[in-house]
Design a protein around this ligand. Structure first.
Ligand code: ZN
Ligand code: ZN
Length: 592
C-alpha cells in the first residue's frame, strides 16, 4: 500500500522536474518507471554525498575531496552517528519501489542496502575497531592529498593543515578502543604506523616551505605536523607495550570462528551458497583437479622426463613434471613485450570463436607499472575510478629489472609459457578488462564503489577455463596441466580460508596443503599464511564467484539444450554490471 503512494508521489516529482513521460496508450508502468529512475538517481547522489561526509578517508581513496579536511576520530559519538546514518538511509531506501526500477538500478538498490547493513554489522558484531590496531592509520589519506593534483598545492596544504589538527584526537580514540588485539594485527599496525611517519617527513617540509602559504599559516602547519608525528609515535609505543603484555597474558586469536565467518561471508560475498557448502565444493574441486592432473602427468611424463623413474605418489609425480615444464618461459627482457603481443591474439580469439563482442573504441593500454605502484602485483588492470575523468584503462605489468637473477627466474618459472597466457586471459581478455567494458556500458557509481568482488574475480577465473574449453592454447595436455595448477591456487585459497578461520587449521597443516597439494613454493605458502592470518573471507571470494558462474552456465546449458548460445550467455551475464552472481541469475531468469 505504502509503496503505491510513493510511486504516485515520485511520478508527480518527475513531471514537475520535466522528465519525459511516456505518451498515452503505452504500458501503465512506464511513467512510474521513468519517475522511479530519476528519483532513485537523485536519492543515490544524496546518499553518496552523505556517505562521503561520514567517511572522508574512503572518499579520498576514490578521488572525492569535498570532505578531505575532516578526519573523524572513531569515538563513541562517531559510532552512534554511523548507526543513525545506517538507520536513516535504510529507511529511505525501503521507501523506494523497486518494481518500477530497471535492472541496473534495482541491483544498485540491493547493493546499497547490503552496504548499510554490512556497516552496522562490522561496527556492532565484527568490532575490528577493538582488536585490529591496523584499522588506524592516517598515512594513505594524507599521502593521496599530497600526490593528487585535484587542486593547486596551496589549497591542498590548507586542507591538509585542517586535517592534521585532528590527528591527535584520532589516535587518542584508537587507544581507547583497542582491547586485547590479535598479535598479527598488532605487529602489522606497528610496522605500518612506523612507516606512516615518512609521510610527515622532510618532503612535506620542503613542499610547505616552497608553497605560497602565509608565514603564520606555515607556522601553524609545522606545529600541527609535529603534534601529528608525536601522536603516531605515541600510538606505536602504545602498541609495543600491548605486544609485551600479550607475550605475558596471551592475545586474541586471529581466527574469527564459525559464527563471524558465516556472517562476514554473507555480507562480503552475497552468495546464495553458505560458507560451509562452498568449502565442501572446493574440497571436491581439489579432488577433481588432482585426478585430472594425475592422468595428464602420465601422458606427459615420457615427453618431459623420459627415462626418469616415475614416483608412485601421484602428487610427487605431478610436482616433478610441473617443475620440469616450468623451465619453458620467456626471458626477463622479453616479458613485457610478450604480454603486449598476446593481448591482440586473445581479442582475435574471443571474436573469431563467438565468445563475446568487444569494443575496439576503448582499447586496453599495456604499460610498465608506474614506479609508485610497483611491488604489489605482477600484473593488474588499472581502471579509472568513479570520480576520475580520464577514461583510460591500463594493463600494468611490473618490469623485472629491479629483481635479482634468482628472484626473476623464480617469477618467470611461475609465469611460464602456459601460465602467462592464462594470466593474460584473467587480467585482460576476456577477464577483468572485458568485464569492465561491459560494466561501463551501464555506468553506475554505486557498482563501481560497492560492486561485488566475488562476481568480479569470479568472472576473471571463469574466463580462464572458458578460454581453454574453447581451445585457446591448443587444447594440449601441457596447457590443461598448468591450468589445473593455477586453478588449484584459487581452490586452495578457499579451503585454506575456511579451514583456518572456522576449523582451526594450524600453520603446519596449511603449509602442507599449499606446498604438497597445490604445488606452491615455501615462500608462496608463507605469504599465504600471512594473508590468511590478517584477512578473512577475501581469499574465498575468487572461488565462490567462479563456482557460482560456472554452475549457473552449466544449468542453463542443460535447460536450454540446442538453444544455448555461449556468447549470448556471456553478454547477458555481464550486462548487469558488477552485481552479485545470485542476483544476476534471478534477473536473467525473469527476462527469459
Ligand atoms: Zn629459467
Ligand atoms: Zn583478478
Amino acid at each position: 500500500m505504502q509503496k503505491k503512494t510513493i510511486g504516485a508521489l515520485l511520478a508527480a516529482i518527475a513531471i514537475a522536474a520535466g522528465v519525459a513521460v511516456a505518451p498515452h496508450g503505452m504500458a501503465r508502468e512506464l511513467p512510474g518507471a521513468v519517475a522511479g529512475a530519476a528519483a532513485f538517481d537523485s536519492l543515490s547522489d544524496q546518499f553518496l554525498d552523505a556517505y562521503w561526509r561520514q567517511d572522508p578517508e574512503h572518499a579520498i581513496q576514490v578521488g572525492f575531496y569535498r570532505y578531505a579536511d575532516r578526519l573523524p576520530a572513531n569515538d563513541a559519538a562517531t559510532r552512534a552517528q554511523r548507526l543513525a546514518f545506517v538507520d536513516h538511509w535504510l529507511k529511505r531506501l525501503r521507501q523506494v519501489d523497486a518494481r518500477v526500477l530497471d535492472a541496473g538500478r534495482r541491483t544498485d538498490l540491493v547493493l546499497l542496502e547490503n552496504q548499510l547493513r554490512s556497516m552496522r554489522w562490522y561496527q556492532t558484531s565484527f568490532r575490528s575497531h577493538e582488536w585490529n590496531p591496523s584499522d588506524y592509520n592516517v598515512a594513505s589519506g594524507f599521502a593521496r592529498l599530497l600526490a593528487a593534483d585535484y587542486a593547486p598545492l596551496d589549497a591542498r596544504l590548507a586542507t591538509i593543515s585542517t586535517r592534521l589538527a585532528a590527528v591527535p584526537a584520532y589516535y587518542a580514540a584508537a587507544k581507547r578502543n583497542i582491547r586485547r588485539p590479535t598479535r598479527e594485527h598488532t605487529e602489522l599496525a606497528i610496522v605500518q604506523n612506523q612507516a606512516a611517519l615518512d609521510v610527515f617527513g622532510a618532503d612535506l617540509d620542503r613542499q610547505l616551505a616552497a608553497s605560497g602559504l602565509l608565514p603564520a599559516d606555515k607556522e601553524r602547519f609545522r606545529r600541527r605536523t609535529a603534534d601529528a608525528r608525536a601522536a603516531i609515535a605515541d600510538y606505536v609505543d602504545f602498541l609495543k607495550r600491548i605486544r609485551q603484555q600479550a607475550d605475558r597474558d596471551g592475545a586474541r586469536p586471529f581466527r574469527i570462528g564459525k559464527a563471524l565467518y558465516e556472517q562476514k561471508f554473507a555480507y562480503d560475498i552475497q552468495s546464495d551458497m553458505p560458507a560451509g557448502e562452498l568449502y565442501r565444493r572446493a574440497l571436491a574441486e581439489k579432488e577433481r583437479l588432482h585426478g585430472l592432473m594425475d592422468r595428464l602427468a602420465d601422458e606427459l611424463w615420457p615427453v618431459y622426463l623420459a627415462g626418469q623413474p616415475k614416483p608412485q605418489d601421484r602428487l610427487q609425480k605431478i610436482g616433478s613434471l610441473i617443475d620440469r615444464m616450468s623451465e619453458r618461459h620467456v626471458s626477463r627482457e622479453a616479458f613485457l613485450a610478450e604480454v603486449r603481443r598476446q593481448i591482440p591474439l586473445l581479442e582475435k580469439w574471443v571474436t573469431d570463436h563467438d565468445l563475446l563482442t568487444l569494443d575496439p573504441s576503448r582499447p586496453l593500454v599495456v604499460r610498465a607499472t608506474p614506479a609508485h605502484e610497483r611491488g604489489v602485483a605482477l600484473a593488474s588492470v588499472d581502471a579509472p575510478g568513479p570520480y576520475d575523468p580520464t577514461a583510460r584503462t591500463y594493463y600494468n605489468v611490473q618490469p623485472l629489472d629491479g629483481m635479482s637473477d634468482a628472484e626473476a627466474e623464480s617469477l618467470l618459472r611461475e609465469y611460464n609459457e602456459w601460465i602467462l597466457q592464462i594470466l593474460n586471459a584473467h587480467e585482460a581478455v576476456p577477464g577483468h578488462y572485458v568485464q569492465l567494458l561491459y560494466a561501463n556500458k551501464s555506468p553506475s557509481r554505486i557498482k563501481t564503489l560497492f560492486g561485488n568482488g566475488a562476481m568480479i574475480e569470479g568472472w576473471a577465473v571463469y574466463s580462464e577455463r572458458m578460454m581453454l574449453e574453447s581451445g585457446y592454447g591448443g587444447n594440449t595436455p601441457e596447457m590443461w596441466l598448468m591450468y589445473a595448477k593455477w586453478n588449484l591456487r584459487v581452490v586452495c585459497n578457499a579451503i585454506l580460508d575456511y579451514r583456518v578461520h572456522v576449523l582451526g587449521m594450524s600453520r603446519e597443516e596449511a603449509t602442507a596443503l599449499l606446498t604438497r597439494e597445490a604445488f606452491q613454493s615455501d615462500a608462496e605458502a608463507a605469504g599465504k599464511w600471512r594473508r590468511v592470518s590478517l584477512t578473512s573471507v577475501q581469499l574465498a571470494s575468487y572461488f565462490t564467484g567462479y563456482a557460482e558462474i560456472y554452475d549457473f552456465r552449466e544449468q542453463l546449458r542443460q535447460a536450454q539444450g540446442e538453444r544455448f548460445r555461449l556468447k549470448e550467455f556471456h553478454e547477458r551475464f555481464l550486462g548487469y554490471g558488477s552485481a552479485p552472481v545470485g542476483m544476476i541469475k534471478r534477473l536473467m531468469a525473469e527476462q527469459d
